[in-house]
Design a protein around this ligand. Structure first.
Ligand SMILES: *Cc1c(COP(=O)(O)O)cnc(C)c1O
Length: 485
């Protein structure tokens, strides 16, 4: 396929801007003028449409097939969300609109905050952070502000995270100026409580925990862990990326957590991937509320909705205005579609994951053999040991069967990890087709491992040299791709 620049012919245009006689030439200040005109592709409109339409067919998305990318919750995004977010009252609202002209939008934000309080079992919410990772940083900044306010800021320098943590956790800890303390995972996939006990003291600021963990396992000792941290005067941060497993069933606030981020784009449906858009609101216990980013969306005594900037102890803004508004509309629509039946979402997600796990666990190694939550982690180490096929080979071969690969090589503590999250939105037929493909691949590894090693065979792009692509990215030149088989 040609690049758009290679289709370019001088003088071709998709549209012509009329130059009515009598209009003055636009005055562009000299220092803003380019010496040379920018190099733009010159193509007629139909070539433009064909080019991008063809490109779009080479993409794989949740609208084209099953996408069990563990930890990412790639559920189907109902079209009603898109319809609502483009309602003119939402889409055309200016962020500087006065409050009395933006009551509907403020009410939506306020209602979303109320739902998130109920879902998390906590007292106050800020919608500002634009991603889970930004929610993490914001939450840790709140924890810092809280301890500084109590004059324990100098003393409490350490944040504990388990070795199964998502990479954003240690990054956020470092960005927030804290030191990292690693804690091990035990043989059942829980935090190793003995290891933990030795590492929590008066210098500990907080725990950061994903529960269920990235192994898809609910920590069986969460109450004991809570006693250890709160007993040492430290706080508890809940990475809510896996909320899809427990929504309406158990609440981080009831488990003892003091700060939670919610990945709206994961749990509450949002077209995501490739960098956005997302939403990472945080919910906190009362003691942390004074430090939340300003402004807060509030309902006044007379029932009107308003922005409250009066937060003298606030850590300040972490994003423009009140946050990514379009994301709020979609997630709110999604929540209201379920209404009080929201827990059915999580129940179906957990059921689907356990069904797929039960079908696959004979063919692939299962490092932690327990009932899983909304996702689970297999290991391809048996295929590697017996036939030389790696997790990468399995993932690449799955693409030939028409499925997006699962997350691989994460969490780091599982060798040759295959992390599978089917989500609640798939039919049994789709889950079965995926299981059939995974089982067929395990057989292929035994019969003819070369098929796996050279996969994918039937996609627009064959196996890439990923190390070279990462170390030496060439994003401008023409490239050749294999013909679609
Ligand atoms: C996705 C994820 C994050 C980060 O969230 P982003 O919205 O991608 O920044 C953090 N922790 C876990 C467990 C995740 O799955």
């Amino acid at each position: 396929m040609k690049l758009i620049y290679e289709r370019s012919q001088a003088g071709r245009r998709a549209s012509v801007i009329p130059r009515p006689a009598g209009l003055p030439a636009p005055e562009i200040p000299d220092d803003l003028r380019r010496a040379e005109p920018p190099r733009l592709p010159e193509v007629p409109e139909f070539e433009l449409v064909r080019h991008f339409t063809e490109l779009s067919t080479r993409n794989f998305g949740v609208d084209t097939g099953f996408y069990p990318l563990g930890s990412c919750t790639m559920k189907y995004n109902p079209r009603i969300n898109e319809r609502l977010v483009t309602l003119p009252g939402f889409a055309h609202l200016h962020p500087h609109q006065e409050e009395d002209g933006a009551q509907g939008a403020l009410e939506l934000e306020w209602r979303l905050q109320e739902i998130l309080k109920e879902v998390t079992g906590l007292d106050a919410v800020s919608l500002q952070p634009a991603a889970g990772s930004q929610g993490e940083l914001t939450g840790l900044m709140l924890i810092r502000a809280y301890f500084a306010d109590r004059r324990e800021g100098e003393q409490r320098r350490k944040v504990v995270i388990p070795d199964t943590a998502h990479g954003t956790n240690p990054a956020s800890v470092t960005m927030a100026g804290y030191e990292l303390t690693d804690v091990k995972t035990d043989a059942r996939g829980n935090i190793d409580v003995d290891d933990l006990r030795a590492k929590v003291d008066e210098h500990t600021a907080a725990l950061m925990l994903t529960n269920p963990s990235t192994l898809g396992l609910f920590d069986e000792n969460i109450e004991e862990i809570e006693r250890i941290f709160h007993g040492a005067g430290a706080l508890m941060y809940y990475d809510g990326a896996n909320l899809n497993a427990v929504c309406g069933i158990s609440r981080p606030g009831d488990m003892g957590f003091d700060v939670v981020h919610i990945n709206l784009h994961k749990t509450f449906s949002q077209p995501h991937g490739g960098g956005g858009p997302g939403g990472g609101p945080i919910a906190v216990r009362k003691i942390l509320e004074p430090f939340l980013p300003a402004p807060a969306v509030v309902r006044k005594k007379d029932g009107a909705f308003a922005l409250d900037h009066d937060r003298p102890k606030s850590i300040g803004k972490v994003r423009g205005f009140t946050g990514p508004f379009g994301v709020f509309v979609r997630s709110y629509a999604y929540m209201r579609m379920y209404g009080p039946r929201l827990r059915e979402m999580s129940e179906a997600a957990v059921l689907n994951a356990n069904y797929v796990l039960a079908r696959l666990k004979g063919a692939y190694d299962l490092p932690f053999d327990r009932l899983c939550m909304h996702e689970f982690v297999l290991s391809a180490r048996n295929l590697k040991r017996d036939h030389g096929a790696t997790a990468t080979d399995v993932a690449k071969r799955l693409m030939d069967y028409g499925f997006h690969p699962p997350t691989i090589y994460f969490p780091l503590i599982v060798p040759e990890a295959l992390m599978i999250e089917p989500t609640e939105t798939e039919t049994k037929e789709t889950l079965d087709a995926f299981c059939d493909a995974m089982l067929a691949i395990a057989r292929e590894a035994a019969d003819d491992v070369e098929i796996l090693k050279s996969a994918p065979h039937h996609r627009p792009v064959r196996r890439l040299d990923e190390v070279r692509a990462a170390k030496n990215p060439v994003v401008k030149h023409a490239f050749e791709t294999a013909p679609v088989a």
